[in-house]
Design a protein around this ligand. Sequence first.
Ligand SMILES: [Zn+2]
Length: 279
Amino acid sequence: MRALFAAVAFSAAATLIWRVQVGLSPAIDGCTLDGDGIRVRASSHLDSKGRLHEGRAATCSDERARSTVAAAKSALSVMPSGLRPEAIALHVMSRATDVVGVEFHAPSGALLVEGVERRTLDGSVWLHEIAHVRLKGQRPSGIIGRRLVVAVEEAVADYFAAVIGGTPRLGRDEQGQPLRDLSAPPPSSAAAWARYLMPGLVADPHELGWRLAGELWSLAPADRSLLEDLVAMLSSRRPFSDEDGAAVVAKELLQRCPPRSRERLRAALRRWTWDGLVP
Ligand SMILES: [Zn+2]
């Protein structure tokens, strides 16, 4: 799935972090960018089946890789340790497009970075995408249940970016307007659900995820304990049952959510879905 966010200027803090590290490096041209739990590859590519092919180890002379690492480190630096992924794989893709983007590649669990060097992404985009790395856990095998959880994951990644970043306004378009505002999500619609869950149609989970993120934000704006519980729920390695269906999976999600947040999640899921789905 493509990242939806556009680009804006790069934070002074990230630049500072990078300068300090370069300053400590004895041989800038030869040094590798791997370190601090981040692994960086340059000139990686996806094949026609969406499989990731790793490029070479990125070095300090790779400008795109350098700014990518600095931006990722800036986002990691504001994440509490329990919410930070243990390790991140960053791939600067060989295709140099005009669209600057970072996206989570679910099959490999890596972050893919595309786009021109001079523009970098809003910090909330990095928080959202790194959240996907942290949220990697078991997913249902059936298509309906899986799509439901993928949309919940988008919502939790948005809520994560909003809570940690301290604002419900996520991403920036070229006019500086937020791409998703959790305090003003689009209205729910039965048609959006029907389209999203229809097997055979390409399903984009971002808009439905935005709606649920809006429900979470209106119930509990910037609530760290709810965020921790949602992360625990989605990163669980416990297998889902083999039975497919939205109702079965909604029930299993509630069971995975720690008890202190379960009723808030239930309320948000009820408002987000249709009558009778959520027990
Ligand atoms: Zn996402």
